[in-house]
Design a protein around this ligand. Structure first.
Ligand code: FES
Ligand code: FES
Length: 167
């Protein structure tokens, strides 16, 4: 058995070393919020965080990960969908079919962690995810709404970007 730290918990799984992280998350750990789109690191539907950085889990073999690295999936972004991005997504009715949206949210969360006041250029550079429903304008608007809330929370000393589900 191999081990990974996922959403704050140590999880065991049994998979070949070259198995992409996406399939361990979905099929072994039951975390189906992370989606499969292209399988070639192009669409971003499979985006999760490894130590806070966005990665495309469809092309990341589990053998490249250490048990000490912290993996966060959409299920671990907040314990109760209270992340500023999740609230902004609801406020602005961002999703259409929804398939790409967990990847969008994870990419956006990583962006706000690094750039709490992202410009349009920052957003365009960071959010390269593909949405067949064309939600790009609402994604951009929601990131800006969330950035406002993120700044307010940061001013109050609350780490809103790294709230993860506890064991
Ligand atoms: S499924 Fe991983 S980038 Fe498309
Ligand atoms: S909301 Fe449908 S693919 Fe993005």
């Amino acid at each position: 058995m191999a081990r990974l730290n996922v959403n704050g918990s140590e999880r065991e799984f049994d998979a070949e070393p070259d198995t992409p992280l996406l399939w361990v998350l979905r099929e072994q750990l039951g975390l189906t919020g992370t989606k499969y789109g292209c399988g070639i690191a192009q669409c971003g539907a499979c985006t999760v965080h490894v130590d806070g950085a966005p990665v495309r889990s469809c092309v990341l073999p589990v053998s490249a990960l250490q048990p000490t690295q912290k993996i966060t999936t959409i299920e671990g972004l907040s314990p109760d969908t209270s992340h500023p991005l999740q609230k902004a997504w609801v406020q602005l009715d961002v999703p259409q079919c929804g398939y790409c949206q967990s990847g969008m949210l994870m990419a956006a969360a990583a962006l706000l962690k690094d750039k709490p006041r992202p410009t349009d250029t920052d957003i365009d550079a960071a959010i390269t995810n593909i949405c067949r429903c064309g939600t790009y304008n609402r994604v951009r608007a929601a990131i800006k709404v969330a950035a406002g809330e993120t700044r307010a929370a940061a001013d109050a000393g609350i780490d809103v970007v790294h709230v993860v589900r506890s064991a």
